[in-house]
Ligand binder design. Structure first.
Ligand code: PEP
Ligand code: CO
Length: 480
């Protein structure tokens, strides 16, 4: 086998992962497959950190090549199946979490509130939209950020930009902003403990639908959507009691599937966490279930596209307002040459102003030709503005206008709106303007905590879910 026969660095990358749960039927990766995993190195990857000490980096990467996988290949395959169902309109994808997770915020309460918020949104969508929801957290690995500028200037002082906790620290000092390879290992460890807690919450009974009321506990009763949720939870309760009286077996409600996702930005990290699945001999990136390529790194000749084309996880690509027919077709050809349902998701992020022109154009050109691709809406990244009070923010109404434009474009084109990808937190922050509690320019000051992009708070997240459930129901009623 390539891994054990060769003492080279490549060998250590290819520890079989599936042996842990499947002893029989070992398959090996070809030399070519293994070599291909490093092809990105000659493609000048964008948005990478610059480390001063090559030996320090090498030591960290060596360690990362031998750590246990965060996810199993079989779980990634299951997610591919689930996303495939969404591409057919038989499920709806909900991906949510921080723009940038931080090491400091990876505590039990904050993680729980984020999971709770996603579970609540999923309950609203499942109940209101009558569709199974594929639950994905932008969590347990969302630590690396692409930046438009390499440096940041404050009061005449220029320092390297903050690139996410996996690279450097937010504090504005030369030491904090240094690119530190040891953070790669810390990101792995924090991803591991975060995912451990998520697995405990979602399989240990906490996510049982019979606790649908409890998920609202700890949030603010003064928030308008809190009450709307309580009302829906009462209806779900009644329905469950009715089913129980009919003798239904609720064992399957005790645990839910919850997947992790992040932008696969730091290729050294993703490469070091790639393993060969012994069932098939195929490489999987075991740093998370779902990995996406950002708008800034999705060029056709990009290192990121090349690397992700070679791992078997379900993957996403962001498509901004300038994405063309040629871009979409070439990305699909490169990333999903076998046209496998669930493998490729296009995450459109056009902005409220552009989506009503940009998305119908794209769908009319490619919709028919790529029926196996799943279309998901990111209504956040095309709608970022600066408030009068100087905060990087978004208007809730713009975010919702993009969501509406997304549904309209798909329904008009006869294609499937497959899901949502959003930046949210379970905390009562004030980062996005508007929503039912009408956060205004001044209100942003009250609790603005994000390190990068503004997130929907708990109330705004529920409000979005109720609205989206209405879009789904309306379409089902009109079209059966
Ligand atoms: C993100 O999802 O945080 C992000 C940076 O998005 P995009 O690549 O679409 O700008
Ligand atoms: Co963001």
């Amino acid at each position: 086998m390539a891994a054990s026969a060769s003492p080279s660095i490549e060998g250590t990358h290819t520890v079989n992962i599936s042996r842990v749960y499947q002893a029989a039927g070992q398959a090996e990766a070809s030399e070519e497959t293994i070599k291909g995993l490093d092809a990105w190195r000659s493609m000048s990857p964008r948005q990478q950190p610059t480390y001063e000490d090559a030996d320090e980096l090498a030591a960290v990467l060596e360690r990362l090549r031998s750590v246990p996988p965060l996810i199993f290949a079989g779980e990634a395959d299951k997610l591919t199946e689930r996303i495939a169902a969404a591409s057919r309109g038989e499920a709806f994808v909900l991906a949510g979490g921080d723009c940038a997770e931080s090491f400091a915020d990876a505590d039990a309460d904050r993680i729980r509130r984020r999971v709770q918020t996603v579970l609540q949104m999923a309950a609203v969508l499942t109940y209101g939209g009558s569709l199974p929801v594929v639950k994905i957290g932008r969590m347990a690995g969302q630590f690396a950020k692409p930046r438009s500028s390499d440096t940041e200037v404050r009061e005449g002082v220029e320092l390297p930009s903050y690139r996410g906790d996996i690279v450097n620290s937010y504090e504005f000092t030369p030491e904090a902003r240094r690119h530190d390879p040891n953070r790669l290992l810390e990101a792995y460890n924090i991803s591991s403990s975060t995912l451990n807690l998520i697995r405990a919450f979602t399989t240990g009974g906490f996510a049982d639908l019979r606790l649908v009321h409890d998920w609202n506990r700890g949030f603010l009763g003064s928030n308008p959507n809190y009450h709307r949720y309580e009302q829906m939870a009462r209806e779900i309760d009644r329905a469950l009691k009715f089913m129980a009286a009919c003798g239904a077996d609720f064992d399957s409600l005790k645990s839910v599937e919850f997947f992790s996702a992040h932008e696969a930005l730091l290729l050294e990290y993703e490469r070091a966490l790639t393993r060969i699945d012994s069932r098939t001999g195929d490489p999987y990136d075991v740093s998370g279930h779902f990995l996406w390529i950002g708008e800034r790194t999705r060029q056709l000749d990009s290192a990121h596209v090349d690397f992700l084309s070679r791992v078997r996880n379900p993957i996403g690509v962001k498509l901004g307002p300038n994405a063309t027919y040629d871009d979409a077709m070439a990305l699909a050809e490169k990333l999903d040459p076998e046209a496998e349902p669930g493998r490729l998701t296009f995450i459109t992020r056009m902005g409220a102003e552009k989506i009503r022109e940009g998305l119908p154009r794209l769908l009319s050109q490619v919709g028919d030709q790529l029926p196996h691709v799943t279309w998901v809406c990111d209504p956040m990244h095309g709608n970022t503005i600066t408030s009068n009070t100087g905060y990087k923010t978004r208007r809730f109404e713009d975010v919702m206008a993009e969501v509406a434009g997304f549904f309209d474009a798909h329904y008009d084109a006869g294609t499937i709106p497959g899901g949502l990808h959003i930046e949210l937190t379970g905390d009562d922050v004030t980062e996005v303007l508007g929503g039912a509690s009408e956060i205004d320019d001044e209100g942003l000051r009250r609790r603005y905590e994000t390190l990068v992009d503004p997130r929907l708070n708990h109330d705004q997240s529920l409000e979005m879910a109720f609205q989206v459930a209405e879009y789904l129901t309306k379409h089902q009623q009109e079209h059966g």
